[in-house]
Design a protein around this ligand. Sequence first.
Ligand SMILES: [Zn+2]
Ligand SMILES: [Zn+2]
Length: 739
Amino acid sequence: MPLIEPNRSPLLLETQIQSNTTHPPYWLQVALDVPLEGVFDYRSDVPVMRGLRVIVPFGRRQLIGVVVACPDQPSLPPESIKPIERVLDDLPPLTPAWLDMAKFASDYYQRPLGEVMLPVMPARLRSVAAYTRAQSGDGPVAKQLAKQLAQLAKINKKTTVDAKHDIAPEQRTEDNRKNHLTAFQLIQSTKPILQLNTAQQAAVDTLTATDDYQTCLLFGVTGSGKTEVYLAAAAKVLESGRRVLFLVPEINLTPQFAASLQARLAPYVKPDQIALMHSGLTDTQRQASWVRAAMGDAHIVLGTRMAIFAPLSNLGLIVVDEEHDPSYKQQEGLRYSARDLAVWRGRQDQATVVLGSATPSLESWAQTQRGFYKRLDLPERAHQTLMPNIRLIDTRRADLKQGLTPQVIDAMTQTLEQKQQVLVFLNRRGYAPVLHCPSCGWLSQCKNCSVFAVLHRDQPYKMRLHCHHCGQQTQVPKACPECGDQDLQAMGRGTQRLEEHLTEIFPQARLARIDADSTRTKGSAQALFEQVHAGLVDILVGTQMVSKGHDFARLGLVVVLNPDSMLFSQDFRAPERLFAQLMQVAGRAGRHQGQGQVLVQTGYPEQPVYRALCQHDYPGFAQSTLEERRTAQLPPYVYQALLTAQARELNTAIDFLQHGRDVAQAWLDTQPAPEHITLFDPVPLRVTRVAQVCRAQLLVESPSRAALHQLLRAWLPALGTRHAKGQLRWQLEVDPLEI
Ligand SMILES: [Zn+2]
Ligand SMILES: [Zn+2]
C-alpha cells in the first residue's frame, strides 16, 4: 500500500504547525495491540499528529495503531525503521487528556499501552480489515462518516423517548397491551419531582459549587432519590456548556436511565446529543457513539464501565451510580476499575465526580474519612415512605415446606391477598446445584472443572447438566454412572425449582422468573420487567439481576432465600458484598406506598452482617468492618496485586509462581531500604480447574502503593511474556476484587 499523499485534511495541516521537525522523515512512536512491552518506532513522509490512528506493517500483518509521540530522533537505527502505510483521518486525534488517561491506566494496571488504548475502541475503528472494507465499499471516509451519523440518527430515533409525545415511537405502534405498559413505564421514568428535599438540594449545591475537581460520595438510602440529584447536577453542568459522563453498573439499567435522561434533561440536551456505550450495542452503534463523543456532538455519554474511556472533551461531571458494584471492575484483559479511573479522570479534567450508593464500597467510605472525598448524605426516602421492615427467619428449628418457612408462606399469602407483589430472591440459577446418587454418593462433577455441573430444566420434562464455569452441557444420565442406581436426585434448589415449588404452593398466582436463563434472548429482560411493572406478575423469582436499580411500585414483600453461602466464603470482601446485595434487594420493597416487608431466611441470624442489615445501619457496619480490616491489615489499609498463572498441570502454574516469588524476593533484597512488601506463597484458586486448565495465584501486598508499584515495574519484565513456555499463561491484577 502506498504512503498517503500529503493531503488537504485540516487535521494534517494542524499537525504541521505542531511538529518540531520541519523535514521528512518524521519519526513516530505507535502503540499497537500486541502483548509486548513498549511502543513501536515508525517513520512517515508527512507529519502526523499525536493521537491519530495509523496503519502500519507489523511482522507479516498490518495493524492499526495510535501515534503516541513524535520524537525528533528515533530510538532505533533509522535504517531499521519501517514506514507507516496510511494515516487515518476519519476522526479527530485522541486528545492529550485521553492519551494521558490511557498512559496512566497502562502504568497503573501494568499493561502495555497499546493493549490499553486499542481494545477500548469499537472494533471497527481498530481493525484494518474493517477499515479497508469501508474504504472499498463506500468511497471517501467523509461519506462513510456521514452514513454512520445517519445510521445513528435512526438508532436514536428508535431508542429515544419522543419528547413531544412522551412515548417512544416504536412502542406507540405496538398493540394495546404494550401501549399500556409503555404508559406505565413513563409514569415511572418521567414523573417530575417538583421540588428537591433539603438533603437533595444541599447535595446538588455542593456538586455544582465548583468548576474544579472534587469527588463526592453520595450516600443515600435506597429510594432516597439519588437519580434526582444526578439529574439536577447534570442539568446545571450542561447549562454551563460542559459535558456529562454517566456510568451505570448494568446494561439492563441503561434503557431506564436513557429514558429518564432524555425526558428530564430535555431543556438542556437534545435526544441525539446523548450517546450510549455498553456491550449490548452492535459494532455500528458503538462506533457511532464513539464518533459522536470524539466529534464533540455527544453532550452526555451514558454507559457501563467501558464508557469511562469515551473520548469526551470538556467534562464537567462524572456520575458513577451504584459505585460499589463489582461490575465496574473489568475481569479480563486490562483489569481496570472504571470507578477508580473516573476519579482520576475527574481530577485530570477538573470535573466533579459523584459516586453514589446506599452501601458504598469500604474503599470509598474510607476515602471520606481521610478527607479525600466529600460525603453527601440523603438520609430519607424521597416518597416519604418508611424504610422496609427487615426480619430474620431462623431456619434451624423451622418446619420447612419446599425450603420455605411457615412465616414466609403466611406473609406471601397475605401480601398476595392485598394485591401487592412478592419478590423471592435466590441468587442461584438453574434447577438444582447438583445431582446426586443416594446409594453410592455420586455427584454430578464437571469433567473439565473442579465444580459440580448444575441441573437445569428447560421444559417440563427436559433436564440437562450445565457447568457454569466451562459452559459444557451434557444429558442427565439415566442411571448412576458409578453404581447403576436409577434413582438420581436433585440436591438443593435453584430458581427454576423454586418457581416450580411456588406454583404448587400458590396455584392462583402469576409467576415470572428473571435470571440469566430466562433473559438470554435480546429484549427478553426488558419485556419481563415491563410485565412486572404493569402488574401482570404476582410473584417474581429472581437472582441478583432483579436487585439492581429497578423500581417496582407494587412490591410489598421481599423474601431472601439462602444467603448464608456467601457468609463463609474465604474472600474477606464477602460480608461487604452480602450486605450490599441484601440491602439493595430489600430496598426494592415499599418504595411508593406503605412499609415494605423483608424476610431473610437464614441459619445464622446472630451474624453481625444480618444484625446491621435489620437496623439499616450501613455506617455502623462500615465502621466495624473497617476496624477489622485495619487490625488484619487488609484493603483499604494495604494495597494488593495478584499474579495468576494458568496451566494444564497445577504444578506448572505453582512452579511458575514460586519462581516469580523468588525473582521478586531477589529484587527486594537488592533494595537499599526496602519498604514493607509481603510476598505470599503461591496457592491454587478455590475453583482450581476450569475447562481443563488449572489456576493458581500469588498475592503481593504493601501498605505503600508507591512501593508496590515500584516492585511491579521491576518484576513483571522479568517474568517473560504472558503466554510463555508451552501452555503457561499469566496475568497480573492490581487492586484485585476477588482473592
Ligand atoms: Zn450411585
Ligand atoms: Zn466445567
